[in-house]
Design a protein around this ligand. Structure first.
Ligand code: S3P
Length: 486
């Protein structure tokens, strides 16, 4: 069964087309590994939000050189949130290895602590004493999701099932992001939930026993799907979520691992209510969305060669590898295995000339977190990169279309902006040249611009570079090490 994943990534495309939305049918090998987290976080203090207020960090990127070596990525951000939340709702003591070092995932742990879960965290291993489905306690203060949309939207689903009152808030960026997408279905389920202007955090939630619903989110969103499925744990019957574009299925997989009954067919996920969730020992795969920044550095810098170990290759996340291969990237997956319900493997990549290409339709949702890096590869391709059907980028941690277009133009990129995407011209439009760029506090923009700057003429200053810690605190240190400059 696993053979079909082992050599080329084109297989993922085939699978995604045939088996629209599910990797739930894969067998469980039950393997557990005890990894250590690579590197240490590069910022100190409890949260990136504090660093952001000071806006004091910057990174100077000198171009050229190669990236070469072997990397172990920090744990996947999406999966870490889900394991932590389910561990808190399970009965017994769970142990999560290679838990993400991302500041966003610390926000989730902090919220769960305030809800009464006992959590120990050291060296990338998080131990959570679960409180059972009905054991969370009323928090004394607002729960602060800081910069993390996943924390806020998924916890909204859990809190909708609690009889107590709670408030979810976040930093200035998160308080601007749309929340009606979770408010609407959770209200349909019977929760009382109010947001500022009906659409923004802080969210005031009072829940209880919920009605099961059959819900089709108006936009493809794994966070919305997850919120409804988590609320479905407290339903009065089976809750169904339907989607025509397949979004990441980590919640479905994790729910199953913790003992819930979840059925997934083409575009449809159904969860039975009130399972007994059982504590587990799980290992989080390396973060593929973080890996894409290093893969792109190798593609840009001549003579580079990287091997990335133990990276999550869930087919609902790996479309980006298909796309990179389709534009000329020599990517191989020499080792792939199934662990705790998730595909995990090694990725090898070398420098190669890139043709360029276009991302449209459902692909945009499938690669939503990788789009900033793909766009920033544009100037290193023959035909440029065009991204359309990606309006969602405008409501991420920043307006990613505008922030990216401004940053790329600052370093000499030729960019056309559309309401739903952007087009970045290829090599013939001229070489990038170093300048000062401002990622507007958006982690993925900071990393995408830093990688593009590797191929510019002259140094680039990335302002407020600490924001990378939201998803990949070790990014700048890892890049330095791979360039032989640590
Ligand atoms: C995530 C889903 C995506 C993604 C985010 C993480 C998740 O958001 O952009 O970084 O973990 O479910 P949407 O589902 O809102 O598109």
């Amino acid at each position: 069964m696993l053979e079909k994943y082992t050599s080329v990534c084109g297989r993922f495309t085939q699978r995604s087309k045939n088996d629209n939305c599910s990797s739930l049918t894969a067998p469980d090998t039950g393997a557990v590994r005890d990894d250590k987290m690579p590197g240490g976080p590069t910022i100190s203090g409890r949260s990136y939000a504090h660093a952001r207020i000071w806006r004091m960090s910057k990174q100077v990127i000198s171009p050229g050189g190669t990236v070469d070596g072997v990397v172990e990525l920090p744990g996947d951000k999406s999966i870490s949130h889900r394991y932590a939340i389910l561990a808190a709702l399970a009965e017994g003591r769970s142990e999560i290895s290679n838990y993400a070092s991302a500041a966003d995932c610390r926000s989730t742990l902090e919220c769960l602590r305030r809800l009464g879960a006992e959590i120990e965290s050291a060296n990338g291993v998080v131990r959570i004493a679960g409180r059972g489905l009905d054991g969370l306690k009323e928090p004394r203060r607002a729960l602060d999701a800081e910069n993390s949309g996943s924390t806020m939207r998924m916890l909204a689903g859990v809190l909708a099932g609690q009889t107590f009152r709670s408030t979810l808030t976040g930093d200035a960026s998160l308080r601007k992001r749309p929340m009606r997408r979770v408010i609407d279905p959770l209200r349909q389920m019977g929760a009382e939930i109010h947001g500022d202007d009906g659409d923004r955090a802080p969210l005031e939630i009072r829940g209880g026993k919920l009605r099961a619903i059959d819900y089709t989110p108006p936009i493809p969103s794994a966070q919305v799907k997850s919120a409804v499925l988590l609320a479905g744990l407290y339903g009065d019957g089976a809750t169904t979520v339907r989607e025509s574009i397949c979004t990441r299925d980590h919640t479905e997989l994790a729910l199953r691992e913790f003992g819930a009954t979840v059925e997934a067919r083409r575009g449809e996920v159904r969860i039975e209510p009130r399972p007994k969730l059982v504590a587990r020992q799980m290992t989080v795969p390396g973060d593929l969305s973080a890996a894409v920044f290093l893969i792109s550095a190798a593609l840009i810098l001549p003579e580079s060669a990287l091997v990335l170990h133990n990276v999550g290759l869930n087919p609902t996340r790996a479309r980006v590898l298909d796309f990179l291969i389709s534009i000329g990237a020599p990517i191989r997956l020499p080792v792939v295995q199934l662990r705790d319900g998730e595909l995990v493997g090694d990725i090898s990549v070398q420098h190669a000339p890139l043709v360029g290409g276009k991302v449209t339709g459902g692909q945009a949702a499938e690669m939503i977190d990788e789009l900033p890096m793909l766009a920033a590869l544009g100037p290193f391709t023959e035909q440029g990169i065009e991204i359309r059907d990606a309006r969602e980028l405008r409501v991420k941690e920043s307006d990613r279309i505008a922030t990216l277009a401004a940053g790329l133009r600052q370093i000499g990129g030729h960019v056309e902006e559309f309401s739903d995407g952007l087009r970045v011209e290829g090599r013939s439009a001229g070489k990038l040249r170093g300048a000062t760029v401002d990622p507007e506090g958006d982690h993925r923009i900071a990393m995408a611009l830093a990688v593009a700057a590797l191929g510019a003429e002259g140094d680039t200053v990335v302002r407020d570079a600490d924001c990378a810690a939201v998803s990949f605190p070790e990014f700048f240190a890892t890049l330095k090490r791979l360039r032989g400059a640590a």
